[in-house]
Design a protein around this ligand. Structure first.
Ligand code: GTP
Ligand code: SPV
Ligand code: MN
Length: 599
């Protein structure tokens, strides 16, 4: 039945779509072409069905609001599985299910799940056409909301079919909302079959299969096989007053500031600097013919966190979402515009909260869900880089790891070399956020910000990073940052946001053999005057505190790292244990010519 109106003669695609349709039993099958006509038609259907609410078209042209099911508002890590033949290959950080069992369990839920519904076939491209980085995927889904989101987040439709041609080489993604029952929800990855099955959810990373499922979990698996890296990283270009542009990648866990840093605007004190957004969530990195590491953003849009986004914190994001944007789980104002906690100005006197209920500032619950999001085309971002669609990518000068740590980690430090940098990435820790279901604010290890997104064994992943380091002849330097240090009242002591650019400029100085630093046991920190603080309302004591390395705290940190490394088991590369011992030694040694705060 699929051949009738299918826009491809690719037999592998046709057979697979047919098989999946037999399982899900949709009333009809629609092949998506990515056209404007298709967008308008699906939007109209969504409005009629109550899946979208039209926003004020004068103030927010082309913008709509979606409210998800209240039990379906974030990624569910507990229900996300890596289904490799051997359990060991998924490693100790992933949930594992045997492929046979996983297919069987999910089949029972997919069976007939699309009765009375349409199955949309979405061919999509991650990366740019004719790029060595690009990968092709298909998502079969019974959700129009997913189609409309995928249309923004990926290069979808004809363009993907053209790239694929007759090749059987594509990721097979199947998604059904089924009954949105959390007891019947699974996000299953079969890297050995290049297959993703997601059922029982209709939200974000669970169902926009190009993003976390393909670009990171399947991507990381392919990256190891094909010698490249798939990472949870933003890509940012920084142009100095001479007009030279340098690029950095930064890996921060979910809701820890990637979108914000990707769109950072130079504060007045840094006149003459300009910033360019290349990507805000995912980087695919390959070694170029010049021996440098090159990065591509495989996505075409932003699925960004709404709360906290304001003219003060992220003006570029706010400008990006003024048109052709889908909002999910934000609050609705009486004038048909949107609101969320942290947006500029006073809270509205009344509005409709994310659950569809009346809300006033006196209400004790939040008006927007803490993981409410916007989906917007990257091309609309005022700081989008002219290079963002370069199929070769951009050359990377520095890799920056970072987490949300109230204490311990200083504002910034530079690692001694690639291996030490991999160790720092592998031991990253961060407080959990609302991006995933579960408790918020608990410190956990989140290596390279990839804990929820690894498609294979964490120990093997660290090995892959070490191996890549040997192949990159001109490696980027590796740094660690922490924008989230707090004082004893729990208040952030670093102003963050635009001011983070000051730290990035020190990082770029260090990449060019400039910038003053002090050697500490954990790495090199800036000297107090190496980072420009003009125009910052921050006392010299606070700044000192931000850059301090407390030996006692780091000794405790080492103990926790011990447990973490032990949990990875024998596949943890020995080099990382060596780095761990070396840090222990440096912490015990007498300070060199270096000022260190004693615990
Ligand atoms: P995902 O899309 O979940 O991967 O998140 P992300 O890493 O892109 O995080 P995002 O930039 O959306 O920031 C998440 C939250 O952190 C928002 O509420 C921001 O306002 C806040 N945030 C971002 N940067 C800073 C900063 O420098 N300082 C402080 N205090 N908060 C920040
Ligand atoms: C994240 O959680 O890191 C996100 C949002 O970027 S989601 O697409 O839901 O994974
Ligand atoms: Mn993310």
């Amino acid at each position: 039945m699929t051949e009738n109106n299918a826009p491809t003669r690719n037999q592998a695609v046709l057979k697979w779509v047919d098989d999946m349709a037999k399982l899900c039993k949709p009333d009809k099958i629609v092949w998506c072409d990515g056209s404007e006509e298709e967008r308008a038609r699906l939007t109209k259907e969504c409005l009629a069905a109550g899946e979208l609410i039209e926003l004020n078209q004068q103030k927010l042209p082309g913008c709509y609001l979606h409210r998800s099911d209240p039990n379906d508002v974030a990624r569910v890590e507990k229900l996300t599985f890596i289904c490799t033949k051997n359990k060991e290959d998924a490693g100790p950080t992933n949930n594992w299910m045997a492929p046979d069992e996983a297919y069987k369990k999910a089949r029972a839920i997919f069976d007939g799940s699309m009765k009375g519904r349409t199955m949309y076939v979405i061919p999509f491209l991650m990366g740019l056409p004719n790029s060595p980085f690009a990968k092709i995927g298909f998502e079969l889904t019974d959700s129009r909301y997913v189609v409309l989101n995928m249309r923004i987040m990926t290069r979808m439709g004809k363009i993907a079919l053209e790239q694929l041609g007759d090749s059987p080489n594509f990721t097979k993604g199947l998604h059904s909302r089924a009954d949105l029952n959390i007891e019947r929800r699974y996000i299953l990855h079969f890297p050995e079959d290049n297959t993703i099955w997601s059922v029982g959810s209709a939200y974000g990373g669970n169902v926009l299969l190009g993003k976390k499922c393909l670009a990171l979990r399947i991507g990381s698996w392919l990256g190891r096989k094909e010698s490249w890296l798939a990472e949870h990283m933003l890509i940012l270009g920084i142009q100095n007053p001479k007009g030279e542009i340098r690029y950095v990648c930064a890996a921060f866990p979910s809701q820890c500031g990637k979108t914000n840093l990707a769109m950072v605007v130079a504060p007045n004190a840094l006149k003459g600097y300009k910033t360019w957004t290349v990507g805000d969530d995912i980087s695919w990195l390959r070694i170029g013919p010049d021996g440098k590491l090159w990065a591509v953003n495989p996505e075409a849009g932003f699925f960004g966190v709404a709360p906290g986004t304001s003219l003060k914190t992220n003006p570029a994001a706010l400008q990006t979402v003024q048109r052709s944007t889908l909002f999910t789980n934000v609050a609705l104002k009486p004038d048909g515009t949107v609101w969320w906690e942290g947006l500029d100005g006073d809270p509205p006197a009344n509005c409709i909260d994310w659950l569809g209920k009346p809300w006033t500032p006196a209400s004790k619950d939040k008006a927007a869900h803490p993981n409410s999001r916007f989906t917007a085309p990257a091309s609309q971002c005022p700081s989008i880089s002219p290079e963002w669609e370069n199929p070769k990518g951009v050359p990377i000068s520095a890799i920056i790891f970072g987490g949300r740590r109230a204490k311990v980690a200083p504002l910034v430090f530079e690692t001694f070399n690639w291996q030490h940098g991999v160790y720092v990435g592998s031991t990253m820790a961060s407080e959990t956020t609302a991006a995933a279901a579960g408790q918020v604010g608990v410190v956990r290890r989140d290596p390279m910000a990839m804990l929820p997104f690894l498609g294979y064994h964490a120990g093997e992943y660290f090995r892959h990073w070490l191996d890549m380091g040997k192949k990159i002849t001109k490696p980027p330097k590796i740094f660690h940052v922490n924008w989230f240090r707090t004082n004893n009242q729990g208040k952030f002591i670093w102003p963050g946001f635009g001011e983070n650019l000051r730290v990035i400029l020190w990082i770029l100085d260090r990449c060019e053999g400039k910038g003053d630093a002090l050697k500490t046991p954990i790495g090199c920190v800036p000297t107090p005057d190496a980072i420009a603080t003009t125009g910052l309302a921050i006392s010299p004591e606070t700044f000192k505190e931000l850059l301090s390395v407390n030996r006692e705290e780091w000794r405790q940190e080492l103990e926790l790292q011990n447990e973490w490394f032990a949990s990875i088991g024998p596949r943890l590369p020995k080099e990382l244990w060596d780095e761990h011992s070396a840090l222990a030694k440096r912490l015990e040694a007498k300070p060199e010519s270096v000022v260190l705060k004693e615990g």
